[in-house]
Structure formats: C-alpha cells, structure tokens
Ligand binder design. Structure first.
Ligand code: NAD
Length: 253
C-alpha cells in the first residue's frame, strides 16, 4: 500500500489488538508517528514494540475511552509528545451480547453504549477542537455492518454502531468547511480476538459466518487498516460523512 499523507501523526484507540493494532502498524509503515491508546497496557506495549522493531515511532497512552479525564489526558499526551494529531482512528469497541433483546441486561447496555458510543463521542469532542486549531485533520470511527443493518442477538451492539454512524455524519457536516473530514468504516466479520471469542467454539457457526460473505470468507485486519488509511489519506480529500462498508460484499445482498 502506498498513499500520500500531508499529516505526520496518527492516533489509534483500541490499538492493543485486532483492527486497531493492524491500523497502528500500517500508519507507522507509512512513516507516521503513532499514538497507541488502549486500556490494555500489555497489548498496547506489544503494538509499540512491533512498531519500534520496524524502525517506526510510537507512544503508548493508557486510555479508557469511557472516561472523559482519560480521553482529555490522551489528547494532551499526544500533543506533548508529537505536537499535533492529524489522523484519529476511534476504534475501541466491545461486543459482549449473547442473547436476544429481552435477555440483555442494563449492565450490558451501559457497557456497550459506554465504550462504543460515548467513547467515540468523547474522543471526537477533544479531537475536533485540536484539529480545528491545527487547521485540519481526518477522523475515522469504527462502526460495523451492524450499524447499517441488523442481525439477531446483537440489538444493543447494532444500536451502538448505528449511533457511531450518526455521530460520524453529524461531525462531518459540522466541520466540513474547516478542513476536517470525518468518516466511518463498517467492517463485516473480521478475524480478530473478538471474532474468535464469538465463533471459534462453534465450527458450524464459523462456517456459516464465512459463507454469509459473498467472497466466501471473513476479512483480515489488514483489509480494514487499508480502508482506514485511504480515508485518512490525501486521496480521500473529497470524502466526508461516509460510512464505508468493508465487508466482502455483505451489504450488496
Ligand atoms: P478486539 O477485541 O481485538 O480489540 C478491541 C480493542 O479495544 C482491545 O485492544 C481492547 O482492549 C480495546 N478496548 C476495549 N474497551 C476499551 C476502552 N474502554 N478503552 C480503550 N480501549 C478499549 O476487537 P476488534 O475486532 O479489533 O474490534 C475493533 C473495532 O472493530 C470495535 O469497535 C468493533 O466493534 C469493530 N468491529 C469488529 C468486527 C469484527 O468482526 N472483529 C466487525 C465489525 C466491527
């Protein structure tokens, strides 16, 4: 992959694993300094070590995206270290639902909405003024194909990802004239720990999930990273407010 980036610094939340880690590595491979943010210090330090091993520049910042003080501090630490944040990938998310809507608990609802919705809102609340002061930037939020449609046993998750798209489009419109672009990626099923936790125990379910994608397989973390980098790159300069499915054709059905 080779793209043009006018900016120099990228920030990724949920960067200790999965899609976030792959995207942090991809930004670093393009020569950007990367702020690796996560609640999981061990995993995030692992991401930083991988970037350093490839001669890249990265900084770990511990951040629980549900906590305003953490998010504020994450942005302050990023600016202290690198002077600016040109690209933000708000990707931290959880999927803990097991049952149909009436089986969900209030605690599950609050936890999912807390990370997936409040977390993205809080991150943008502190990123947008910084990018405004800098004269521009690009934000990508992780939604899901579950934010475009629905499936059984994920009502809270689906609602949370619909909300991410709402936040994305609202911010895109509010800041469109200020050289700040805001987009979302909508992955279908991607081979990460989240996916393995949900499907590995049941090979039949895993097979069904693979064939549910017209391409006949689940996606890779690198395929999402590639889309995120494109949305941040200069090549996407006329693209804002988009919820981009990266889904092996699932939403074409
Ligand atoms: P993952 O579980 O591998 O990684 C998620 C990361 O987010 C972890 O490192 C975790 O520590 C971090 N995190 C969780 N809560 C946090 C918090 N409060 N503050 C900061 N960090 C926190 O999952 P993944 O599959 O890489 O998922 C990344 C994103 O992609 C999520 O938003 C998820 O909803 C979305 N997504 C995943 C899939 C999939 O199939 N894997 C599909 C569509 C969307």
């Amino acid at each position: 992959m080779s793209m043009t980036f006018s900016g120099q610094v990228a920030l990724v939340t949920g960067a200790a694993a999965g899609i976030g880690r792959a995207t942090a590595l991809a930004f670093a491979a393009e020569g950007l300094k990367v702020v690796v943010a996560d609640v999981d210090a061990e995993g995030a330090e692992g991401t930083v070590a991988l970037i350093h091993a490839a001669s890249g520049e990265a900084l770990f910042v511990r951040c629980n995206v549900t906590q305003e003080a953490d998010v504020q501090s994450m942005m302050a630490q990023a600016v202290n270290a690198y002077g600016r944040v040109d690209y933000a990938f708000n990707n931290a998310g959880i999927e803990i639902e097991k049952g149909r809507l009436p089986e969900g608990s209030e605690a599950e609802f609050d936890a999912i909405m807390g990370v997936n919705v409040k977390g993205v809102w809080l991150c943008m609340k502190y990123q947008l003024p910084l990018m405004l002061a800098q004269g521009g930037g690009a934000i990508v939020n992780t939604a899901s194909v579950a934010g475009l449609g629905a499936a059984p046993k994920m009502s809270i998750y689906s609602a949370s990802k619909h909300a991410v798209i709402g936040l994305t489009k609202s911010a895109a419109i509010e800041f469109a004239k200020k050289k700040i672009r805001v987009n979302a990626v909508c992955p279908a099923v991607i081979d990460t720990d989240m996916y393995r936790r949900a499907y590995e125990a049941d090979p039949k379910k895993a097979e069904f999930v693979a064939v549910m994608h017209p391409v006949g397989r689940v996606g890779t973390v690198e395929e999402i990273a590639s889309a995120v980098l494109y949305l941040c790159s200069d090549g996407a300069s006329f693209t804002t407010g988009l919820a981009l499915p990266v889904d092996g054709g699932v939403t074409a059905y």
